[in-house]
Design a protein around this ligand. Structure first.
Ligand code: CAA
Length: 287
């Protein structure tokens, strides 16, 4: 399949990343299906797209008409078979757990047309392992967006052991057609490039607070004003979702070793469902 043949994109998972990716694809002119496991999740994702497009129009980053047209290109659907029936590319953004993703790919393989390319937005998990659940590992790669997708220009395009060059070319071209800058990641290793650097930074920040060496605010001031990142480490953890960073760390710890041991402070936040902006409370309050 060539890039010109891609008309319809299905995004699986309507959470933070899923609805953001669907928005980016709709803005690029693709017909988009946004799918999640129940009406509430899928409607919530759709509402978030509407909010975000409204904000962009309010800030003159697009016209009202462009925002409306993009929203019209998004169809929320719950039934998986219906959601992928016409998909040329499926971008999967379901929770960052190997078992959940494998289950989704098992079902997806049965329901998607043969030509459909599968692109996972996993933040860290093995592309090769995920692709082997399907019967099309050559049509499978990573397509990793950053939060919030509509604002972040980078996309990591990651090759699994079986990914065909044509698939990498297609997905790279797809990212470019969405106005993003793709970076090709040759080696399928935990966290790829960005998260291998960024998630340990969030973890180390948590260890500093856990060890009572500094407060959340002190660490964030340092990361913002001295290291020069756009957000403090804890602000970023709240933005990304503390659970997302935590699951990435758990996987990196399992595969790469003790240097990546997740800080108990993160585990505690996850246990108490204080996951950041999306739950209204994380390291900061958002009410
Ligand atoms: N759509 C539309 N508007 C949005 C938005 C969205 N998705 N998200 C936020 N906004 C709005 C806010 O509501 C706010 O609006 P108001 O001014 O009306 O309150 C406005 O955008 C803020 O925008 P600004 O440009 O003023 O803010 P900023 O200059 O601080 O930029 C940012 C915001 C681009 C998010 C910037 O802070 C940034 O780059 N942060 C770092 C983000 C980052 O590193 N992301 C990667 C995380 S790692 C990851 O995602 C990988 C993973 O797998 C874990």
């Amino acid at each position: 399949m060539e890039l010109d043949d891609v008309n319809s994109i299905t995004v699986l998972g309507a959470g933070n990343m899923g609805h953001g990716i669907a928005e980016v694809a709709a803005l690029a002119g693709y017909d988009v299906v946004l799918r999640d496991i129940n009406e509430e999740f899928v409607q919530n994702g759709y509402d978030q797209i509407e909010w975000s497009l409204g904000k962009l129009a309010e800030k003159d980053q697009m016209t009202e008409e462009e925002a409306d047209a993009a929203l019209e290109r998004v169809t929320p659907i719950v039934d998986l078979g219906e959601a992928v029936a016409d998909a040329d590319v499926v971008v999967e953004a379901v929770p960052e757990k190997m078992e959940i993703k494998k289950e989704v790919y098992g079902e997806l393989e049965e329901k998607a047309p043969d030509h459909t390319v599968f692109a996972t937005n996993t933040s860290s998990l093995s592309i090769t392992d995920l692709s082997e659940v399907t019967e099309r590992p050559e049509q499978f790669c990573g397509m990793h967006f950053f939060n919030p997708p509509v604002r972040m220009p980078l996309v990591e395009v990651i090759s699994g052991a079986h990914t065909a060059d044509e698939t990498m070319d297609l997905v790279e071209g797809l990212a470019e057609s969405m106005g993003k800058t793709p970076v090709r990641v040759r080696k399928d290793s935990p966290g790829f490039i960005v998260n291998r650097i960024l998630v340990p930074l969030m973890n180390e920040a948590a260890w500093i607070v856990h060890d009572d060496a500094a407060t959340v605010e002190e660490v964030d001031s340092t990361t913002k004003f001295d290291i020069g990142l756009p957000m403090g480490s804890f602000e970023l953890a709240d933005q990304v979702g503390i659970d997302v960073g935590f699951h990435v760390l758990e996987y990196m710890h399992e595969v790469l070793g003790d240097a990546y041991e997740p800080c108990p402070l993160l585990a505690e936040k996850v246990e108490n469902e204080n996951l950041g902006k999306k739950t209204g409370k994380g390291f900061y309050d958002y009410d």
